[in-house]
Design a protein around this ligand. Structure first.
Ligand code: CMC
Length: 429
C-alpha cells in the first residue's frame, strides 16, 4: 500500500480512496468504500478499467506485448521449459527442482484415469455433438464422482481436486474426440508424458498403436504452454466469480469451459481457421479485409485484435515460429492455408484501419493451422485451449480461495427500467 490517495470531488463533498501499488503495472484506486462514502457505484461494462482481484500469477503489459508467468517471460518458457514444469510454476509460484518435478509428474500421471461410470455420460450425447458441449457437461459431472475433493475449505481436498482436474482433462477431451468419430476410448498409459499420453488417447486405436512424433509433441507442448494462463480474462474471471460463492472446483471449471467456448475468446482459434478456409485463396483477401472494415458488416478478422494487447501478442510470435517448424517437419510447407494466413497477416499489418486500431494477430491466428497439421479437426481446437487453460483456472481458483479478502463476487448496476408501479389485473390492462 502506498501513501498516495485519489480524491474525488463530488457536489461540494470530497471522498478519499487509497491507491494500491503492485510490483509492476498500473496502480489501482481502491474504491471499496465508494458506495459508503458517496452513495454511488462505478460503471465499467466490459471491465476495461476494473481490477477484480489481487494476483501474483500472470502479468501482461499490453502496450509492450509482454506476458510473464510468475515473472518468467512466455518466450523463454515456450523455448526452454515444458508444459508440466509450467503447470508447477503456475500452481506453486516457483520452478521445481528435480525431485519436486518428479513428484508432480507422478501425481498428475496417477490421476489420469476417469471413473469408469463417467464414460457412460458420453453415450448420452449425439455423435455429432460439439466436443466443447461434451467437455462442459463431463467436466461439471466430475463433481458427481469425486465427493472426497469437493470441500473447498480443506487445503488437501483442494490440492487433490486440482490434480484431478489437470490430470483428467486430457482423458475427458480425448474421449470427447473419440466419441465424435465413433472410435473406442483409449485408456491413459502411465509410462507416457502428459502430452504424449493425450496424443495417444486421441490417435491410437485398439488395433494399432500411435507412434508419437517428437516434433508433434514439442509443438503441442508449446501450444499448451502458451495457453496455460492469461491473467483475469473472461473465462478465468468466470471461474473466480462462480467459485466465489463456494461452488465446488469441478462445477467452477465447467463455467470457465462454457465461457471459453465463445468466438470472442477461446472459440477464436476454430473461427480463425474456418475463416482462412473460407477465404481459401490469396486473391480473395482484399474482399475480406474490406468486410472487416465495414461497420455494417458484423464480420471481423478472427485471430486479430485483443482487449489487452495493443502490440504484437507475444504468444503469436512463438506460435508463428512453431507453425513454420511443424509444417516443415510434416512436409506441409506449401499448405495453402499457411499462404493465406501469411499474406493476410502482411496485408492487415500494413492496413491503416488495423494499424490505427492497433489490431495485431493474436495467439489464435496461427494455432489453428498447427492443430490442423497435427491432425485435429477444427471442432477440437477450443477443447485443446480448455485443456491447456485448466491449470490457469486451477491456479487462479486456489489463489482466490487462499486470499483472506475473498468475498462473493456481486457486481451492481445502473438501473434504467421502470419506476415503482402497481400491479394491474389482466382484465384491466
Ligand atoms: N477485425 C476487425 N475489426 C476489429 C477486430 C477484428 N478482429 N477487433 C476489433 N476490431 C475493431 C472494432 O470494430 C472496434 O472498432 P470501432 O472502435 O471503430 O468500433 C475496435 O476495433 C475495438 O474493438 P472492440 O470490440 O471494442 O475491442 P474489444 O477489446 O472489446 O475486443 C476482441 C477484443 C478480441 C474480442 C476483438 O478484437 C475481436 O473480436 N477479435 C476477433 C476474435 C478473436 O480473435 N478473439 C481471440 C482473442 S485472443 C484469445 C483469447 O484470449 O481468448
Amino acid at each position: 500500500m502506498s501513501d498516495k490517495k485519489a480524491i474525488l470531488h463530488l457536489e461540494g463533498k470530497q471522498a478519499e480512496f487509497p491507491i494500491l501499488e503492485g510490483s509492476v503495472g498500473p496502480s489501482v484506486i481502491d474504491i471499496r468504500s465508494l458506495y459508503a462514502q458517496t452513495g454511488m457505484f462505478t460503471y465499467d461494462p466490459g471491465f476495461t478499467s476494473t481490477g477484480s482481484c489481487e494476483s501474483a500469477i500472470t502479468y501482461i503489459d499490453g502496450d509492450k506485448g509482454e506476458l510473464l508467468y510468475r515473472g518468467y517471460p512466455i518466450d523463454q518458457l515456450a523455448e526452454k521449459s515444458s508444459f508440466m514444469e509450467v503447470c508447477y510454476l503456475l500452481l506453486y509460484g516457483n520452478l521445481p527442482n528435480k525431485q519436486e518435478m518428479d513428484e508432480f509428474n507422478h501425481g498428475v500421471t496417477y490421476h489420469t484415469m476417469v471413473h469408469e461410470q463417467l464414460t457412460n455420460f458420453y453415450k448420452g450425447f449425439r455423435r455429432d455433438a460439439h466436443p466443447m458441449a461434451i467437455l462442459v457437461g463431463v467436466a461439471g459431472a466430475l463433481s458427481a464422482f469425486y465427493h472426497d475433493s469437493l470441500d473447498i475449505n480443506d487445503p488437501e481436498q483442494r490440492r487433490i481436486a486440482g490434480f484431478r482436474m489437470i490430470a483428467k482433462m486430457p482423458t475427458i477431451a480425448a474421449y470427447a474426440y473419440k466419441y465424435s468419430i465413433g472410435q473406442p476410448f483409449i485408456y491413459p498409459r502411465n509410462d507416457l508424458g502428459y502430452v504424449e499420453n493425450f496424443l495417444r488417447m486421441c490417435f491410437a486405436v485398439p488395433c494399432e498403436d500411435y507412434k508419437v512424433d517428437p516434433v508433434v509433441v514439442r509443438a503441442m507442448d508449446r501450444i499448451m504452454t502458451l495457453h496455460a494462463d492469461h491473467e483475469q480474462n473472461a473465462s478465468t474471471s468466470t471461474v473466480r466469480l462462480a467459485s466465489s460463492s463456494g461452488a465446488n472446483p469441478f462445477a467452477a471449471i465447467a463455467t470457465g469451459i462454457a465461457c471459453l467456448w465463445g468466438p470472442a475468446h477461446g472459440g477464436a482459434n476454430e473461427a480463425a481457421l474456418n475463416m482462412l478456409m473460407e477465404i481459401g485463396d490469396v486473391s480473395r483477401i482484399p474482399e475480406y479485409i474490406a468486410r472487416a472494415k465495414d461497420k455494417n458488416d458484423p464480420f471481423r478478422l478472427m485471430g486479430f485484435g485483443h482487449r489487452v494487447y495493443k502490440n504484437y501478442d507475444p504468444r503469436a510470435k512463438v506460435m508463428q515460429q512453431t507453425c513454420h517448424e511443424v509444417l516443415d517437419a510434416l512436409n506441409l510447407r506449401n499448405d495453402p492455408l499457411l499462404q493465406v494466413a501469411m499474406e493476410l497477416e502482411k496485408i492487415a499489418l500494413n492496413d491503416e484501419y488495423f494499424v490505427e486500431k492497433k489490431l495485431y494477430p493474436n495467439v489464435d491466428f496461427y494455432s489453428g493451422i498447427i492443430l490442423k497439421a497435427l491432425g485435429f479437426p477444427t471442432s477440437m481446437f477450443t477443447v485443446l485451449f480448455a485443456l491447456s487453460r485448466t491449470v490457469g483456472w486451477i491456479s487462479q481458483w486456489s489463489e482466490m480461495i487462499e486470499d483472506p479478502s475473498q468475498r462473493i463476487g456481486r457486481p451492481r448496476q445502473l438501473y434504467t427500467g421502470s419506476l415503482h408501479r402497481d400491479y394491474v389485473p389482466i382484465n384491466q390492462r
